[in-house]
Design a protein around this ligand. Structure first.
Ligand code: HAM
Length: 424
């Protein structure tokens, strides 16, 4: 039954299990992932924020970065009917910080922990695990300069993956420094790739000069060769950055986080300072990305507010959980299906449905006078586990026949006993 329209390229409908085109788009898996998001938020004290899915374009240009592909090439931006230039959010951190300042949630010496779960948009080439609309679960720890904050965010990240059924994730951490020492390293990178730069067009050169670190996560094989032998950024860190990075590693060891230092992690957004980290899978690339962004709140007109956070790619987490055989099982939301076995029993069937729902027991029923066979078929499609059947005999006796749809076992019980079962 192909209709005239399909979900736009790079997007997917999330639908009940029997209808999903791919297992990761079965809605019960998303409900489970949202549950994990909330459970982790509760375990560490992160409060949820829900920001609009579009913002002033300028918010992203100023923060996430004019030199990042995410902002310069991949944004869904448009001018609305009022002439405002807006963009569908390409990430969650800048909107969360905008909201943090707007309300305002912070203050001198106050630490604020925020979480969010929702769609983000990037106009890139769709492929396995890469979409144009995808979802991020994000956690932001705002207002602490301590490496303990970085360690907490990494712990939160690992906890999220554990609760998704992924026990063995390894976190890759790096420090990209800040200020003068970062500028020294950027000069060293530009010097190292000087010959290559001379052969590039003006736009590529300008972008590289604005943010040389972005060259380090290139997939261009020529540039990769050129980058061979480049000294590590870790050798350039200033004293404060070095001390923080050492302290972070100490805290990670103490809390039992499996991690490795990987000096090739540089991240694709412009706001990072010092700590950056990712969890990477062979099949789907980065499952999450995060780090410290001490200058972002100030950039948005707020007070100096050192902060650290993570964005987890929900589709990718679900893909990996599926591969690992750790997918969530469907939960039965609507346990009962009330079957009217005869025309005369239809009123009583509706009455029983009302009584079940009044007790908080989910139930569904046929509204169109379908055959008993069709009603049982519908019960199956709904995922019901119990059918409450009322026919002429049950009507006369004040009973209900309850059929277990999994085992096939059937018992005829007094009406009030059935209601008591529903209470359990
Ligand atoms: P990001 O690394 O750009 O960071 O995105 C986070 C995660 O989103 C990625 O690691 C990946 O799992 C997922 N992701 C990115 N692009 C796609 C795509 N096209 N399709 C499917 N999944 C994708 C951020 O967005 C930062 N805001 C993270 C952060 C929060 N940093 C500090 N706080």
């Amino acid at each position: 039954m192909a209709g005239k329209y399909q979900a736009p390229r790079g997007t997917a409908d999330i639908v009940p299990a029997p209808y999903a085109k791919e297992p990761v788009f079965e809605v019960h898996r998303w409900q489970a992932a949202e549950q994990v998001f909330r459970q982790v938020a509760g375990l560490y004290g992160y409060q949820e924020v829900r920001t609009p899915i579009f913002e002033d374009l300028d918010l992203f240009l100023r923060t996430s970065g004019e030199t990042s592909d995410i902002v310069s090439k991949e944004m869904y931006d448009f001018t609305d009917k009022g002439g405002r230039h807006v963009a569908l959010r390409p990430e969650g951190t800048a909107p969360a910080m905008r909201a943090y300042i707007e309300h305002p949630m912070g203050g001198q010496g106050v630490v604020t922990r925020l979480g969010y779960f929702g769609p983000v948009f990037r106009y890139n080439r769709p492929q396995k695990g890469r979409y144009r609309q995808f979802h991020q679960a994000g956690y932001e720890l705002i207002g602490s300069p301590s490496p303990l904050a970085d360690a907490e965010i990494i712990d939160v990240t690992v906890r999220f993956f554990h609760l998704m059924g992924l026990a063995d994730v390894v976190v890759k951490v790096n420090s990209i420094g800040r200020g003068e020492t970062r500028a020294d390293y950027e000069r060293a990178v530009l010097q190292h790739v000087g010959g290559w730069m001379a052969d590039q067009d003006g736009e590529t050169r300008a972008k590289a000069e604005k943010n040389p670190l972005r060259l380090l996560d290139t997939k261009d094989p020529d540039l990769r060769r050129v980058l061979d032998g480049l000294p590590s950024i870790l050798g350039f860190l200033g004293d404060e950055s070095k001390v923080s990075f050492e302290a972070l590693q100490g805290h990670l060891r103490e809390q039992g986080t499996a991690f490795e230092v990987d000096d090739s992690i540089v991240r694709g957004l412009d706001y990072y300072t010092d700590t950056v980290f990712e969890v990477v899978s062979a099949e789907f690339g980065a499952l999450c990305g995060g780090g410290r962004y001490d200058g972002l709140v100030e950039q948005l007109g707020g007070p100096s507010t050192p902060s650290v956070g993570v964005g987890i790619g929900v589709e990718r987490a679900l893909h990996v959980a599926e591969l690992a055989g750790q997918a969530a099982k469907p939960k039965v939301a609507t346990r009962w299906y009330v079957v009217a076995a005869t025309e005369a029993a239809r009123d009583a069937a509706r009455g029983l449905a009302r009584e079940l729902r009044a007790r908080g027991a989910g139930c569904s029923l046929d509204l169109d006078g379908r055959s008993v066979k069709a009603q049982f078929k519908q019960a199956d499609r709904n995922g019901a586990v119990l059918a409450a059947v009322i026919g002429d005999d049950e009507l006369a006796a004040g009973t209900v026949s309850v059929k277990d749809l999994v085992t096939g076992e059937q018992k005829t019980l007094p009406h009030d006993v059935v209601l008591r079962i529903a209470d359990d």
